[in-house]
Design a protein around this ligand. Structure first.
Ligand SMILES: Nc1ncnc2c1ncn2[C@@H]1O[C@H](COP(=O)(O)OP(=O)(O)OP(=O)(O)O)[C@@H](O)[C@H]1O
Length: 361
């Protein structure tokens, strides 16, 4: 960040944000189908899921732009949307930042930041807005107009505008999607720093698993209007609730089996399948990074069928004894694997994941 020395963002009184059995029906679609999620004061939760799974609807209902069909939203245990009450958006203490963080072109940059402070006397609003601009490193541009700003600078002004009223809850809908990859990482870090400083309870919508892992204290994975799993990044990576979550957080080989009398018989040994019964169809997942290749070590015999250079890593296709299809494997590029190499493939059975095979949803 260039320009002025940074100040600190003013801290807020963080609030608990609770969704209880939240449901939203449209004519032909159920956008939310009974979502329960409790977000602790000051916690940063990323809502992750594919397009159309209901993330934005959840955010809009939290903001008060939309009403639930059933269920409740509570802020600090007080109902703000539900059968008993509906609190207007401006009375919820909630800040919003959308993907399209359009600044008003006819207002100065300072005017844009002060926009949400109309309740304050002018001089005070100016002082607060200037402090927020200083925090994002742009106080020197206070009297300029938005058209001179780069994409990253626009984003910083939008951030300053969102934090300046000191919202107890900050809701962000794909805030980084308009930025190119390099700028995105820098803005993620800056935003995270700012959210921690303000201590606002935050919900960030994204459909990038990496972004969710980077920013969220917890990640709430949604699918088709439901919350599939909520937890820390490591939890979701190591103990995904189902195949859908496993696919989000790791590149995996999926291999279909029938469950035997007590377990699943695979080339890496018998795998337990406690949630399944004999005869069920199971999908065994082996992570692409979970296959250790060596030239003369122990493990299953294999042969490299294809090598793709991906920078630091190489993605290999390896025919491995006992498997019907080649396994995809990620290995260090520097190991110099080549097509046709004879290898040994070591796969830790404890790292394999087993799920019921999903019907196509
Ligand atoms: N105003 C509306 N009228 C009718 N259907 C709607 C409306 N808003 C959302 N939907 C539907 O509800 C579902 C959830 O939409 P929502 O925008 O919440 O998803 P999303 O996960 O935020 O998607 P994206 O990542 O594409 O923004 C979708 O099937 C969508 O078409």
């Amino acid at each position: 960040m260039n320009g002025d020395a940074k100040g600190r963002a003013a801290a807020t009184f963080a609030a608990r944000l609770t969704f209880e059995n939240l449901t939203r029906d449209y004519d032909s679609t159920q956008a939310l189908a009974g979502v329960d999620l409790d977000i602790a004061p000051g916690e940063i939760v990323c809502l992750l899921g594919p397009s159309g799974c209901g993330k934005s609807t959840l955010l809009r209902i939290a903001a008060g732009i939309e009403k639930p069909s059933a269920g409740r939203v509570l802020i600090n245990e007080q109902e703000v949307a539900g059968p008993q009450r509906f609190v207007a958006p401006e009375e919820r203490g909630v800040g919003l930042m959308f993907q399209d963080f359009a600044l008003f072109p006819h207002l100065t940059i300072l005017g844009n930041v002060a926009f949400g402070l109309k309740a304050l006397p002018k001089a005070e609003a100016r002082r607060e807005a200037l402090a927020a601009l200083k925090r994002v490193g742009l106080a020197h541009l206070a009297d300029e107009y938005p058209h001179i700003l780069s994409g990253g600078q626009q984003q910083r002004v939008a951030l300053a505008r969102a934090i300046v009223p000191r919202p107890a809850v900050m809701l962000m809908d794909e805030p980084f999607s308009g930025l190119d990859v390099q700028l995105r990482e820098a803005m993620q870090d800056e935003t995270l720093g700012l959210l921690r400083e303000t201590r606002a309870t935050s919900v960030i919508v994204t459909h990038h698993p990496e972004e969710a892992m980077r920013m969220g204290d917890r990640i709430a994975v949604m699918r088709a209007g439901r919350l599939v799993q909520a937890g820390g990044a490591e939890d979701l990576y190591h103990k995904p609730a189902d195949l859908f979550v496993a696919r989000l957080f790791s590149e995996i080989n999926e291999i279909g089996y029938r469950v035997g009398s007590e377990s699943i018989d695979t080339p890496i040994g018998a795998l337990p399948a406690p949630a399944l019964k004999a005869g069920d169809r199971a999908t065994v997942c082996i992570r692409e990074r979970g296959v250790e290749l060596s030239r003369n070590g122990t493990g299953l015999a294999g042969r490299i069928l294809d090598v793709k250079f991906l920078g630091d890593v190489a993605r290999l296709e390896v025919g491995v004894e006992g498997f019907d299809k080649p396994l995809k494997v990620r290995a260090r590029e520097s190991d110099g694997w080549a097509r046709g190499d004879e290898v040994r493939a070591q796969i830790d059975p404890a790292s394999a994941l087993v799920f019921p095979t999903e019907s196509q949803k």
